[in-house]
Design a binder for this molecule. Structure first.
Ligand SMILES: *Cc1c(COP(=O)(O)O)cnc(C)c1O
Ligand SMILES: [Zn+2]
Length: 410
């Protein structure tokens, strides 16, 4: 019996949730300092690093049956034991998660690959996978009594934050975005009641301005990796992949990287699932971080053997979600890629626009330019014989092409 596709009203969820979160602590990713879960946290005050949520995986292992989770109503919150919200009445949901994993048989055949898939995140609320992270972060913000949230954004994160803040009720939203952000992101933010400030500059400039405003007026800053919960929402993509592959993982994952929450989140999910004993084999995927040639700090640092990124100067690409000159968690991203025996690869805007057409025309998937970049990168990795024809490969389409109509070339 399969659960209904469109659920996630709180009543159906309540019926199924018997235990809530097993969150135990918030821990600094660098110095290991531990923080209480009942307080509000941003990043580590001692070493300015990202804070990470820790769970009592041993008790989840004893009490939770991975196959029981499959029978719960669809959506991200069926994984509530390993999500941070303590009281389910604080869950702010718009039906995020459980996006389809679609085979790409026609493109796969042309590329000589027998097991090529796309995880199509465009089905999320607000048309991008940013919904997952902001859903978790806004729910936790609500739980901790926060009622003013601010974000600097390259686009989709702002729209998602605005939507979840509206859904939460009584939460004010303030957004700083570069003035050349896609119009869809500006309009979706404004119509959901957020104040939008357009910045003459890049995401880093927006971040500085938002940071000052946050400090002066007491807004809670939801910048990527500057609070511990967005990555928790994103990690569920890793759990969904394991589940759909019958508790094994694919050989290769291509992920379009801006701030890197999805990549870091999935890597965390794989470690958690190993500790939970939920994986039938302990073989993790090789993680490929895909960026655009006009803003490629991760590939540059990866190829140079560096442990952190330099700020990329003059960042420019139509894939606005990838226009992040330096991630706050660059060290974690680079270390996760290396631990996975993965790689980092940049593609030109021409190549990713071509791949966007191919995905649409061959498979009916109108992907965001960021998602299309993964297909363009895969084509190059095949030429370099970096992937084998029979490997299980998953590319991530992180958003809908409909949000980028101003840049589509037809
Ligand atoms: C934000 C975004 C990305 C990058 O995601 P990160 O988790 O920040 O690396 C990729 N694609 C789209 C469509 C985005 O909105
Ligand atoms: Zn620290």
């Amino acid at each position: 019996m399969s659960p209904p596709q469109t659920q996630n009203n709180k009543d159906s969820l309540k019926d199924h949730i018997v235990k809530t979160s097993h969150l135990t602590a918030i821990v600094c990713s660098t110095c290991g300092r531990t923080f209480s879960i009942v307080e509000i946290h941003t990043f580590c005050p001692d070493c300015q690093s990202t804070l990470i949520a820790k769970y009592d995986l041993e008790s989840i292992r004893k009490e939770t049956d991975r196959d029981e989770i499959r029978r719960r109503p669809k959506g991200m919150w069926r994984w509530h034991e390993i999500l941070p919200v303590q009281n389910i009445k604080n869950i702010v949901s718009l039906g995020e998660g459980d996006t389809p994993l679609l085979p790409l048989s026609r493109i796969g055949h042309e590329l000589g690959l027998s097991h090529l898939f796309i995880k199509d995140e465009s089905n999320n609320p607000t048309g991008s996978f940013k919904a997952r992270g902001l859903c978790a972060a806004i729910s936790r913000a609500k739980e901790l009594g926060i009622n003013k949230v601010i974000i600097p954004t390259a686009g989709n994160a702002g729209g998602a934050m605005a939507a979840y803040a509206a859904r939460a009720g009584g939460m004010q939203a303030l957004i700083y975005m570069p003035k050349d952000t896609p119009n869809a992101n500006i309009q979706e933010s404004r119509i959901t009641g957020a104040e939008v400030i357009l910045v003459d500059g890049l995401i880093g400039d927006a971040g500085r301005m938002a940071g000052i405003r946050a400090a002066n007026e007491g807004w809670f800053d939801l910048s990527t990796f500057k609070e511990p919960y967005r990555v928790e929402g994103k990690k569920i993509m890793g759990y969904e992949l394991a589940e759909v592959f019958d508790w094994t993982l694919p050989d290769v994952i291509l992920y379009p990287t801006g701030g890197g929450t999805g990549l870091v989140g999935m890597w965390k999910a794989f470690a958690e699932m190993e500790a939970l004993g939920w994986l039938n084999e302990e073989k993790r995927p090789r993680m490929v971080s895909v960026q655009a040639k006009g803003c490629a700090p991760i590939p540059k640092a990866f190829q140079a053997g560096a442990s952190f990124c330099d700020v990329w100067q003059g960042a420019e690409t139509v894939a606005s979600g990838l226009r992040v000159p330096k991630s706050f968690a660059d060290r974690i991203i680079l270390s996760n890629i290396r631990e996975s025996n993965g790689t980092a690869f940049a593609v030109s805007d021409e190549a990713l626009m071509q791949a966007q057409k191919t995905l649409a025309a061959q498979e009916g998937i109108f992907a965001a330019p960021e998602g299309a970049a993964c297909l363009a990168a895969l084509e190059e990795l095949i030429k370099h014989k970096w992937v084998k024809p029979d490997e299980k490969i998953v590319i991530f389409n992180t958003g809908s092409g409909l949000k980028y109509l101003d840049t589509v070339i037809n």
